[in-house]
Ligand binder design. Structure first.
Ligand code: PMP
Length: 359
């Protein structure tokens, strides 16, 4: 085997240009305080009730689907369960977008995977940057609807934390009627449940809602998400999903997480998280280093600092947050996940030291 071979030459052009998802864990962050990925600080413990793994899992585990449908207030035929909401983001593109012809619209600053999935699949994309108040630029979206099959919006939006104006979402749905699906990513909706658009499924055949157990349900390690839509859309997604997307132990735990008792627990945890969030905001407001803290309807806050060095300073202290400064209009902005009291206090104390140095 002495002949050289450049595997890269065999790789699809669009994939050659990609870099793997850049999580802080991957790039070697070393810290005690991880508040970079909007995970929950609450570690739940479940016992597996299944005993054996010699058979394939149910393709769409009935109990999980039924329990999620009941929880979300939809019918079971309006639910598909996926390997995290991330998989659902991509399934939609695989099912609805013709590579090389169709495109998606996404609205930065926002979650990164809409773009990554489009790039991976060789599907076109158009960024329509949000307006100053982080609402949709409907005029620009309307001007760019040609060849658009999917419009991804996110409410509460990651990383800005705001919810989208419901009238704007309605206008968008009317605009896209007959030509594109509108995908509302509600990964964080449990922190602002009254803002869900799930009840609109009755009126809009082209509305898709994405959900997950990774955030309020404290199960990021489980990799379990959902798409909610009317049956014709769900039927199409069934065509492109992997044969057995959810491992048996995952379905087992997801069903337990969706029991009545657990749903009550989850709701109480959201109340506690919102208290923790208020505590963090009150503390950060005192620092002259802080330019703005944006209103948050999620389990994180976006903070604008008047110093470029804050992210690196905290990183070096072992406090790993999410730098957002490369997103449009987010210079000097850092996203902080609401962690445990101890984790939030670590952020507050480190920032206090830095703030006092500057004064
Ligand atoms: N949508 C948004 C807005 C997110 O922030 C995330 C997770 N960071 C996801 C989807 C993906 O969630 P999951 O863990 O279910 O793949």
């Amino acid at each position: 085997m002495n002949r050289a071979m450049d595997i890269n030459q065999l790789v699809r052009q669009n994939v050659r240009e990609l870099t793997p998802y850049q999580s802080a864990r991957r790039i070697g962050g070393k810290g005690d305080v991880w508040l970079n990925a909007n995970e929950s600080a609450i570690a739940l413990h479940f016992e597996l009730t299944m005993q054996t793994l010699n058979r394939y899992p149910e393709p769409q585990p009935e109990q999980v689907i039924e329990r999620y449908a009941r929880y979300a207030g939809v019918r079971a035929d309006q639910v598909i369960v996926s390997r995290g909401a991330d998989e659902a983001i991509e399934l939609l593109m695989r099912a609805f977008c013709e590579p090389g012809r169709d495109r998606i619209i996404y609205c930065p600053p926002t979650y990164g995977m809409y773009l990554v999935s489009a790039q991976t699949l060789g599907i076109g994309y158009k960024a329509i940057v949000q307006m100053n108040n982080w609402q949709l630029d409907l005029t620009a979206i309307e001007q760019n609807l040609t060849d658009t099959k999917l419009i991804y919006i996110c409410s509460p939006n990651n990383p800005t934390g705001n919810v989208l104006n419901p009238d704007d979402i309605k206008t968008l749905l009317d605009m896209a009627w007959g030509s594109a699906l509108v995908v509302v990513d509600e990964a964080y909706i449990e922190f602002a449940m009254e803002h869900s658009v799930v009840s609109w499924l009755a009126n809009y055949p082209h509305l898709v809602i994405l959900r997950t157990l990774s955030k309020a349900f404290s199960l990021a390690g489980l990799r379990c998400g959902f798409a909610l839509a009317n049956k014709p859309v769900i039927d199409v997604l069934q065509k492109v999903i992997a044969p057995y997307p959810l491992p048996t132990p995952v379905a087992d735990i997801a069903a337990q997480a969706l029991s009545k008792e657990n749903l009550t627990k989850m709701t109480l945890q959201v109340v506690n998280l919102n208290k923790q969030k208020a505590h963090l905001i009150t503390a950060l407001k005192q620092f002259s280093l802080v330019d703005a803290i944006y209103p948050s309807y999620a389990n994180y806050i976006l903070v604008k600092f008047n110093d470029q060095g804050v992210f690196k300073y905290l990183w070096n202290q072992g406090i790993i947050l999410r730098d957002q400064s490369k997103q449009p209009n987010l210079a000097n902005c850092i996203r902080i996940t609401i962690g445990s009291q101890a984790e939030c206090d670590a952020v507050i104390n480190a920032l206090k030291t830095l703030n006092d140095q500057g004064n």
